[in-house]
Design a protein around this ligand. Structure first.
Ligand code: IPE
Ligand code: IPE
Ligand code: MG
Length: 236
């Protein structure tokens, strides 16, 4: 896949379809999540190989807390296990992990793994892996609005100082460029509260592949789709 002409700087993926993938094979939903971790590994490799600089993965939404406790606990456990198992390879591959989302609702155990992966991968230079975990866009924007309002109330900034740039800088994604390309697997065509502000000019792609079947080959194919798109940004 050396010949892809236009490589997006930032690819963001809504990893969807783990449960349906498992069900279709007569397995438990949890097994879909486990195979989904392999797809994460594969897409990190493909992103790095293609020269993508930022890869954002939607791993757990603020709405996902509404799933049965058994599934939520299994996902938290899988996150902790994956941090332990994957961190050495991430360090070796020069991948820096940054977490976006709320931090006030996790158990201490999950929080410590979250901090561990950020700390241990902090020097990665090849790829920034942004993990959206207890993330939702409206929650992020509300938090940003509160932060700006607090600064105005304290007299630190004037209302006139609020700009698109200062709003962007108040989001969890402050130092991360906007996504060029958003992929959602499983054929669902919606954003489900993901990067609503940041997605304003992103190209979108909705392959029907379930996330556990989305490996390096599918990632490369998605980049070909991106390369074929014409981006006009409102101009001619
Ligand atoms: C995506 O797969 C993983 C998470 C949301 C954590 P789903 O669990 O949503 O799988 P489907 O959509 O039910 O098939
Ligand atoms: C979106 O998938 C959230 C993640 C992939 C983490 P969901 O499966 O939770 O979204 P809906 O319910 O289909 O919109
Ligand atoms: Mg789903």
């Amino acid at each position: 896949m050396e010949n892809i002409e236009r490589i997006p700087t930032h690819v963001a993926i809504i990893m969807d379809g783990n449960g349906r993938w498992a069900k279709a094979l007569g397995k438990e939903r949890y097994e879909g999540h486990i195979e989904g971790v392999d797809s994460v590994r594969e897409c990190i490799k493909a992103a790095r190989r293609n020269g993508v600089k930022y890869l954002t993965l939607y791993a757990f939404s603020t709405e996902n807390w509404g799933r049965p406790a058994e599934e939520v606990n299994a996902l938290m456990e899988l996150f902790c296990k994956s941090v332990i198992a994957e961190t050495p390879q991430l360090v070796e591959q020069g991948v820096r992990v940054v977490m976006i989302g709320r931090r006030d609702r996790f158990s201490e155990r999950v929080c410590s793994h979250l901090e561990q992966i950020e700390r241990e991968t902090a020097d990665g230079k090849h790829l920034t892996l942004v993990l959206a975990f207890d993330y939702s866009s409206r929650d992020e924007i509300t938090t940003a609005v509160k932060a700006l309002a607090t600064k105005v109330a304290a007299g630190e900034i004037a209302v006139e100082d609020i700009s698109e740039q200062s709003v962007s800088q108040s989001l969890y994604t402050a130092d991360i460029p906007d996504p060029d390309f958003i992929i959602r697997t499983s054929g669902e065509c919606r954003l489900s509260n993901f990067l609503l502000w940041q997605a304003s000019y992103a190209e979108m792609y909705f392959p029907t592949t379930m996330w556990p079947d989305f490996k390096q080959e599918q990632f490369d194919q998605a980049l070909e789709v991106y390369a074929s798109r014409e981006r006009r940004y409102g101009k001619l």
